[in-house]
Design a binder for this molecule. Structure first.
Ligand code: ADP
Ligand code: MG
Length: 693
């Protein structure tokens, strides 16, 4: 039997001793397989030597020539300036940091090969701090493949890592077995390159691959690996779901007293979209396996009502519900809503957060433990050790893009440790692009509320430079004179809450001075909950005309009489967040406007992004655009990027692959389940740990 490289230690390679082994382990490399799947970040083209006369500014290029002068310069900064001449002309090499030995090695008459970025200098082309080597020390012919640049760690130099990975690639090229876990029929069906070819290609691309490498151009080696990576990712999430499906959860069936009662108090009819979503959820809740469902819908589509209906199913069956929001403010808002809805039905709504102290905290926890409290609303504190539920049946997570796979896992683990398998409903604040839903959320089923309640008028969005702030303020005066209300949203780049709140305070003061006839209110995240609630109530009662706020109002403010929103520095926010904010106006029948008041000049990307906001009111479309323009890490939010940092796959570039990957995953799970572990080990390594849920 051929020994596979999967588990073979890197120590087998030349020059890898215990010290190096340790460094490799620090970047997650403990086997030859890990070396092979340690993929380049980018490439450098050192396949050609360019003549000095052909240098192009802004490109990384390689030159060979003789040093014709080398002198110290004393300007603003001391530097070493050398001239390098070849048959076509000469260029300048400039060093700001250099040792005596380096200076020595650049003596006049030395023949050098140099590599670096070409810049415009005072006397022609210049290279700053190029890599260089005396010609006597380099092999005569330049490399015929591109030079890979790998992610590395301190104390492990690029050339060293490159040489070790090179040895591993030699083993594969020399026909040592690297196990291909992809079933043959999948490789054939999707016309994928062989694993050996793909590995060779990714580590040693031919010179002509350059330019097509990380772009849209087809690239069989890269595509094969990206496919395998996406497949593995999906398999790992699918397995989580299958694990859950093997557990028993409480079944909520029968009478729906509370639901009928609740519906009769609502001042509106459910939309078709809400009905469909709730029917799907209801169906899950009546089964003996835990629901894992994502509820998506555009801003204002009425997800909260669907969450409330779901909660009532559990409560009606005698179970408790935990409703978790990512921030204190959002959680408070939910608590207010649910109290209003549920207390008339005789349901006890509790509140629990990290900040809650003393007696009320202890009392609250007691009522949860006894089962008296039927629905507990709060932050992630809901699942800290001290909270004991009498009979938890349903967890609802309002996630705002901040609650990733890892957290979902941890939550399931926690639930398992409490010996319960509650149902789970995850709500998103705004729609998630399809590609992300198919990858980051592949462990969940999906319900979509695909329509808005009737009677909403689309918001008209304007993009205005801060230089026209005066006109914008006049516009507010006009709107308020018309008995309409307005928001002014202050944002800051570094998201420091303190600074944001200060900015809002200053803005509120200025606006109050500039608009003496307008009643200005202020709400921000550092105010006490009771103060916030009071301001909001006064705004709702139309005792405040203009509400100056931080992004706090992103969450659940509902004042249909407000028809104008000004958002400062919108270029700094994600499109999903802007869309979420804008969703606060246009709730009534009056025509509403949203003014994006940007700081000029606006970058090209900024222009494009704000343009999307002007063009569209469709959260699903905006989410796709946001992904395209900002990438998955940004769109998902920091807490979640870990799992979305693919080594080679790119959700935007490879979007078209996802349907194939989905089919392939189904096939692997049903026909070749034994390869899942090996694939997960190869691509996700120790990164992901599976809870024994
Ligand atoms: P989101 O999906 O953004 O969380 P909400 O649940 O906050 O939306 O609902 C937005 C507003 O629409 C709320 O004021 C809610 O009461 C109202 N609403 C919800 N469903 C309906 C409906 N079917 N008809 C009319 N208004 C509705
Ligand atoms: Mg909501």
């Amino acid at each position: 039997m051929v020994k596979s490289l999967d588990a073979m230690s890197p120590a087998r390679l030349k020059g890898v001793g215990p010290a190096l082994e340790k460094k490799l382990a620090a970047i997650g490399i403990t086997s030859i397989q890990d070396l092979l799947f340690h993929l380049p970040l980018r490439y450098e083209d050192r396949t050609r030597v360019t003549l000095a006369a052909r240098a192009r500014v802004g490109e990384y290029m390689q030159f060979e020539g003789e040093i014709t002068s080398c002198e110290l310069q004393f300007g603003k900064r001391r530097s070493l300036r050398c001239s390098l001449r070849d048959s076509s002309g000469s260029m300048t090499l400039r060093f700001f940091h250099f040792s005596a030995a380096q200076k020595e090695s650049l003596a006049v008459g030395t023949q050098l090969r140099v590599y670096g970025e070409v810049k415009h200098g005072r006397a022609g082309f210049e290279l700053f701090h190029p890599e260089y080597k005396p010609l006597s020390q380099v092999s005569q012919e330049p490399s015929d493949t591109l030079t890979p640049i790998y992610p590395t760690t301190e104390g492990l130099m690029q050339p060293r890592l490159r040489s070790i990975i090179g040895q591993a690639v030699d083993l594969v090229v020399g026909n040592e077995a690297i196990e291909d876990y992809l079933p043959r029929e999948i490789v054939a069906k999707f016309n994928l390159a062989s694993l050996t070819d793909a590995i060779r290609h990714i580590h040693r691309p031919p010179a002509n691959a350059f330019g097509g490498w990380d772009r849209e151009a087809p690239n069989p080696g890269r595509d094969r690996l990206a496919f395998e990576e996406l497949l593995t990712h999906r398999l790992s999430l699918r397995r989580l779901r299958d694990d859950a499906a093997a557990q028993t959860a409480p079944q909520f069936a029968g009478e729906n007293q509370l639901i009928r009662g609740f519906l009769s108090t609502l001042p509106f009819e459910l939309t078709g979209g809400q009905r469909r979503a709730f029917a799907e959820i209801s169906d899950d809740l009546s089964r003996p396996t835990p629901m894992l469902r994502l509820l998506q819908g555009d801003v204002g589509s009425g997800k909260t009502v669907v969450a409330a209906l779901s909660a009532l199913r559990a409560i009606d069956a005698g179970y408790q519900v935990a409703l978790m929001a990512p921030t204190e403010i959002l959680a408070e808002q939910h608590a207010v809503n649910f109290r209003q809805w549920f207390e008339p039905l005789g349901i006890e709504v509790g509140w629990h957060s990290g900040k809650q102290k003393g007696k009320s905290r202890a009392e609250q926890l007691e009522r949860v433990a006894s089962g008296d409290c039927q629905i507990l609303v709060g932050t992630h504190a809901l699942f800290q050790g001290e909270v004991h539920y009498a009979k938890l049946g349903l967890i609802i997570i309002d996630e705002q893009h901040r609650f990733g796979v890892q957290q979902r896992l941890a939550l399931r683990e926690k639930a398992a440790s409490m010996h319960i398998n509650p149902h789970q409903l995850v709500m998103t604040a705004t729609p998630i692009p399809r590609t992300l839903a198919m990858s980051a959320y592949a462990d969940l089923d999906n319900s979509i509320i695909d329509e808005l309640p009737p009677g909403r008028t689309p918001v008209n969005t304007l993009i205005v430079s801060n230089e026209r702030r005066g006109e914008v303020i006049e516009r507010i005066a006009a709107a308020c004179e018309n008995r309409s209300q307005a928001y002014w949203v202050c944002t800051l780049i570094d998201e420091s809450e303190v600074l944001q709140c200060q900015a809002a305070e200053v803005t509120a003061q200025q606006l109050a001075e500039q608009l003496p006839q307008v009643r200005v209110g202020l709400v921000h995240g550092r105010m006490k909950p009771s103060e916030k609630a009071e301001v909001m109530a006064r705004f709702k009662a139309a005792e405040i005309d203009l509400l100056v706020a931080t992004t706090v109002i992103e969450v659940g403010v509902d004042v249909p009489n407000s028809s104008l929103m000004v958002i400062e520095n919108p270029e700094r926010l994600g499109l999903a967040q802007l869309h979420q904010l804008r969703g606060r106006v246009g709730r009534g029948s009056i025509k509403s406007h949203c003014i994006l008041l940007y700081q000029s000049p606006l970058s090209r990307n900024g222009k494009e992004r704000l343009g999307v906001m002007r063009e569209s009111n469709d959260g699903f479309y905006i989410a796709e655009k946001d992904l395209e323009l900002r990438g998955p890490g940004q769109v998902l939010g920091t807490a979640q990027t870990g799992l979305m940092e693919f080594r080679i796959a790119d959700l935007v570039r490879d979007a078209a692959m996802l349907d194939e990957v989905k089919d392939a995953a189904d096939h692997v799970l049903s026909q070749h389940p034994q390869v899942v572990d090996s694939l997960v080990r190869r691509w996700l390594g120790e990164n992901i740990h599976y809870a024994n849920v």
